[in-house]
Ligand binder design. Structure first.
Ligand SMILES: [Zn+2]
Ligand SMILES: [Zn+2]
Ligand SMILES: [Zn+2]
Length: 348
């Protein structure tokens, strides 16, 4: 080890001492907050249902996280671009961010009718180059509680803060119509029937892809982790002794019904109206054409078919373009890039 000069030694000791005293004061602050919250919870009968109570209390005391993948699964990202620039969060170091998060959660727990009933603390925090930051929590249950109740704590953290929720959408085919995707019991049954390949609570929710007309249909299951989703895709899933096939939900082709072009929907369309039948500049429903078939003109390829026609070359090219995107061409999910949705923290 390199020898340090006396003055360097002194400076180092002083720096260590001040870092240590800062650390001690932060830890004592966290402990105080935790004690306060614990007292608060004990003094009040639990608002939780039995299932919630089990979910919230069976939380392991993980203090180290040697598996970086696990750390990323337990991570939430807070988007800061809409946070007013005079907020201290913009200059806070990781400690400050973790403290602000713990404080926001503590306030949420104290609030009346909160769904967050026990204190959740940050294991670590990190600021990203973008100015956004990530917070790593202690368990999957914590992550779920934090994600599902973001509208409660985000405004307390900072007005304008957003959080990202990665999910991994898997289509499961051949599901009998007796299955109810909105039922927690039915969704848990998928996990119970497939314990060897997917984690408990790996599916956050499910829905019919389109309402089934026959005895069987396809459901979209939102997985919380990419590993379980990929296992389901590779092995299929058992349900009541039937093996169901599963695949990644890929991006749909979107076509605007106002201008007929691809890649956006009418709600966000800035183009002028274009008829899907004759390509004239009027709404499709007010097309004056009397002989559609001879006057068909596709907006996208000028062929003699309507703009909705699935066989047109422009549509096939668009389909190929979408399918060749890495996110769609790979049958598996890459670990942390699911179909991300953003949930907004309201400031009211
Ligand atoms: Zn459009
Ligand atoms: Zn027309
Ligand atoms: Zn066409």
């Amino acid at each position: 080890m390199a020898r340090l000069s006396n003055s360097e030694n002194v400076a180092k000791i002083q720096a260590n001492a001040s870092a240590e005293s800062l650390r001690t004061s932060i830890i004592s602050e966290i402990h105080k907050a935790q004690d306060h919250i614990t007292n608060l919870i004990q003094s009040e009968p639990s608002k939780a249902t039995y299932a919630q109570a089990v979910k919230n209390n069976v939380r392991g005391h993980i203090t180290t996280c040697p598996d970086p993948d696990a750390a990323r699964r337990l991570q939430i990202t807070v988007k800061s671009s809409n946070i007013p620039s005079d907020r201290p969060l913009h200059i806070a170091d990781p400690f400050g961010i973790a403290l602000a998060f713990n404080k926001a959660i503590a306030e949420t727990v104290e609030a009346k009718d909160s769904n967050i009933i026990s204190p959740i603390t940050a294991r670590s925090a990190r600021r990203l180059k973008s100015g956004d930051f990530t917070i790593v929590l202690h368990s999957q249950n914590d992550v779920d509680t934090i994600r599902n109740n973001s509208k409660e704590w985000l405004p307390r953290l900072a007005p304008g803060a957003w959080t990202s929720i990665p999910k991994f959408d898997v289509v499961i085919n051949g599901v009998p119509t007796s299955f109810d995707p909105s039922s927690e019991t039915d969704v848990r049954k998928i996990e119970e029937n497939n314990t060897e390949i997917i984690l408990p609570y790996s599916i956050s929710r499910a829905r019919w892809m389109r309402h089934p007309k026959a005895n069987f249909g396809s459901i979209i299951a939102e997985f919380r982790d990419s590993q379980s989703a990929n296992q389901a895709i590779d092995n299929g899933l058992s349900l009541d002794h039937s093996l169901l096939s599963a695949h990644k939900l890929t991006e749909n082709l979107t076509q605007c019904y106002k201008c007929q072009q691809y890649g956006h929907i009418a709600k966000y369309c800035k183009n002028s109206e274009c008829c899907a039948l004759c390509a004239g500049n009027h709404a499709t429903k007010s097309c004056p054409s009397t002989d559609y078939h001879s006057q068909f003109c596709c907006t996208n390829c000028s062929g003699n078919h309507s703009s909705f026609d699935r066989s047109g070359p422009a549509r096939s090219a668009e389909r190929e373009k979408i399918d060749s995107r890495p996110a769609n061409s790979d049958p598996h999910f890459s670990p942390y890039l699911g179909s991300t949705t953003w949930s907004e923290g309201r400031c009211d």
